[in-house]
Ligand binder design. Structure first.
Ligand SMILES: C[S@@+](CC[C@H](N)C(=O)[O-])C[C@H]1O[C@@H](n2cnc3c(N)ncnc32)[C@H](O)[C@@H]1O
Length: 285
């Protein structure tokens, strides 16, 4: 007979607690649940059962990775966004809760349209564009574009997982270089926006494990906003909207970038922590 699930779990909890992982109980459970490919409900019902030696060894290895600070999402290969489990692989940014506000604001602008096209530039795992398509059928064409091959493959996998092949496509593209010559109703982006000079100061766990390409932008963190806002002019329909997620203290700077380029009806929205997180502009020309 193998080890009991309870005992394995206890071992995991203790190891994670010792490594100062704050949510050690939940994380140990999530790792084991994910390894055994069980839902939380199924897992709960089998707590008195035992696990095989192979699974126990695999569990210990995964717990070890977490005690070495590898983010949980890279261990389970699942990152939650808008209450859905997205596939996420190492080399691709883990979806963040603060990005959900951008999705929410895009969804709120819809007024019963039935054929909306959207470009999610710097798409990473694809969490923004895919969530839009899942939340509203009016998104008939969603293009996810990213310069990273790993992100490209990851978002392709998520398109398959969520069965969205008919409405979502992935494109490998540096900014707009490979984007087909079509006009979109909406362009949204959560680009890299950390100032290179501040990169050494960010959370160690993020810096050590998440891709720098997804985090840092030149020109004091503003280059991607400038390039995307400039490029988007040729890809937005008249009255098309550009949505950006922005970092701490960037909203006014990004608003000015958009105004200088010629966007109008500028709006700024707070996230749940009252940080100005989303900047929206309309392209009227
Ligand atoms: C902050 S991450 C956002 C990922 C995803 N949209 C999300 O919200 O989780 C930024 C993404 O931009 C991509 N990226 C960086 N520079 C780029 C460029 N010049 N053109 C296209 N994508 C770029 C990175 O590979 C990364 O996936």
């Amino acid at each position: 007979m193998g080890l009991s699930i309870q005992a394995a779990l206890k071992f995991g909890e203790l190891a994670l607690k010792k490594a100062n992982i704050k949510n050690y109980k939940n994380e140990a459970r999530e790792i084991l649940e994910n390894l055994l490919k069980k839902t939380p409900e199924e897992f709960f019902l089998m707590r008195d059962k035992s696990i095989s030696k192979t699974n126990n060894i695999a569990f210990i290895k995964k717990v070890k990775k977490r005690t070495n600070r590898l983010p949980l999402q890279y261990i389970t290969k699942v990152g939650h966004f808008y209450s859905r489990p997205f596939y996420v692989s190492k080399g691709v940014l883990i979806p963040r809760q603060e990005t959900e506000i951008l999705v929410e604001k895009v969804l709120k602008t819809l007024r019963g349209e039935d054929n909306v096209s959207c470009l999610d530039m710097c798409s990473g795992s694809g969490c923004i564009g895919i969530t839009l398509a899942l939340e509203n059928d009016c998104f008939k064409k969603v293009i996810l574009s990213d310069v990273s091959k790993k992100a490209f493959l990851c978002s392709e996998k998520n398109i398959k997982i969520f069965n969205l092949k008919k409405r979502c496509t992935t494109i490998l593209s540096k900014f707009f270089s490979n984007i087909p010559n079509i006009k979109f109703d909406i362009i949204c982006s959560n680009p890299p926006y950390i100032n290179e000079a501040e990169y050494p100061l960010i959370e160690k766990d993020v810096k050590d494990f998440e891709p720098k390409l997804a985090l840092v932008s030149k020109d004091k963190g503003l280059l991607h906003f400038k390039k995307i806002a400039q490029g988007a002019r040729a890809f937005l329909k008249p009255n098309g909207l550009l949505f950006f997620e922005v970092g701490l203290n960037q909203s006014q700077k990004v608003k000015k970038i958009l105004l200088d380029i010629g966007y109008c009806d500028l709006l700024i929205y707070n996230d749940l922590n009252q940080i100005k997180r989303v900047v929206v502009g309309k392209w009227k020309k």
